[in-house]
Ligand binder design. Structure first.
Ligand code: SF4
Length: 329
């Protein structure tokens, strides 16, 4: 009996060690594609209805002039040229052969379908692209655009629709000038998931620490999202960037940002309320070089330190995604 017991306990220990406390993008990509794919971020040259006056002017109060871009590619180049450049650089650097083409900044579904098709075709013009990720907003995903998405999934590509919602509270969405409602978001998710297409994934973006939001309100957003059929989630803390409307409020003392330890606690409680099947693609936002005003703990190069502290907190408090720990005291 002894050898059996020893072997069983060893196997159990190995399995527990292999489990992360939340479902990371790295794990998903490894399971799905056998390796960690890297993103090639592409600038599609779009604008946003929240900037051009169709829905509002000025944009979301946290959004930078470049539409919250990572600034990775030169928008003066064609999408195909940006893709080729990104694949060459990342392929050499990471030794990988599969990529995510990511149309990130502004609203990459905000155009005529024929024009969108031209842009998307270029974004997947290299057969090493396995995923097309498209950044959008809840009120810019009409059914004809979902039809277009399915042209790509029919070719075997995964299509990730990145939909920023940021909060489930309409009062907050008004405060930050999102010019859409939470109901716009649930409607978009319902229509996308009604296709029952496993290659068509919804990735939702949320910001913790938005103006006038209490920890209880943020956790309510987690509970609301848990009721939606989302596949992926990107979470980050409120960042104040140079040139944004929030910069003025912050410098005037009318707006504050969340401290790191408080963010870690709320973030842990947040993911404990998110179903285990949801891939947590991001847990913090790192500032671009020279552009972040606050918080300083999230400046460029600080991500690994943050992740170390976050994972330590999860371990010390035995918190797991979907664990539904008790509400904040
Ligand atoms: S919807 Fe996106 S691109 Fe448009 S203003 Fe807001 S954050 Fe910027």
């Amino acid at each position: 009996m002894l050898p059996f017991k020893v072997e069983f306990r060893y196997t159990l220990k190995v399995n527990i060690c292999m489990l992360s406390r939340y479902y990371t993008l790295k794990q998903y990509l490894q399971n799905r594609f056998g390796e960690k794919l890297h993103r090639v971020t592409l600038e599609g040259g779009f604008t946003c209805p929240n900037r051009d006056g169709t829905k509002a002017v000025g944009g979301c109060t946290f959004c930078t002039d470049d539409g919250s871009s990572s600034g990775a590619r030169n928008p003066a180049h064609t999408i195909s040229a940006q893709l080729a450049d990104g694949i060459e650089k990342q392929g050499k650097r990471f030794g990988i052969n599969q990529f995510i083409a990511y149309l990130q900044s502004f609203t990459n579904t905000y155009a005529d379908v024929d024009y969108l098709r031209t842009i998307y075709n270029q974004a997947v013009s290299d057969e090493r692209v396995k995923v097309l990720a498209i950044g959008s907003r809840p009120d810019c995903v009409p059914d004809k655009v979902i039809d277009l998405f399915e042209e790509y999934t029919a070719r075997g590509l995964e299509l990730w629709v990145d939909i920023g919602v940021q909060s489930s509270h309409n009062k907050t969405l008004d405060l930050i000038n999102r010019a859409h409602t939470y109901e716009d978001f649930t409607d978009a998710v319902k229509r996308i998931k009604a296709r029952k297409n496993p290659l068509l994934r919804v990735c939702t973006h949320v910001i913790l620490g938005l103006p006038e939001e209490t920890p209880e309100m943020m956790l309510k957003t987690a509970e609301s999202l848990a009721e939606q059929d989302i596949d992926d989630l990107k979470i980050h803390q409120l960042c104040i960037f140079k040139g944004t409307a929030m910069e003025i409020d912050y410098l005037n003392g009318d707006l504050s940002v969340i401290e790191r330890d408080e963010y870690i606690k709320i973030l842990a409680d947040f993911i404990a309320r998110i179903p285990e099947k949801v891939v947590i693609q991001r847990v913090m936002g790192e500032g671009k070089v020279g552009e972040l005003i606050a918080p300083e703990w999230a400046d460029h190069g600080m991500k690994q330190k943050f992740l170390h502290e976050f994972h330590k907190y999860l371990d010390e408090n035995d918190i797991r995604q979907g664990g539904l720990m008790a509400p904040l005291p």
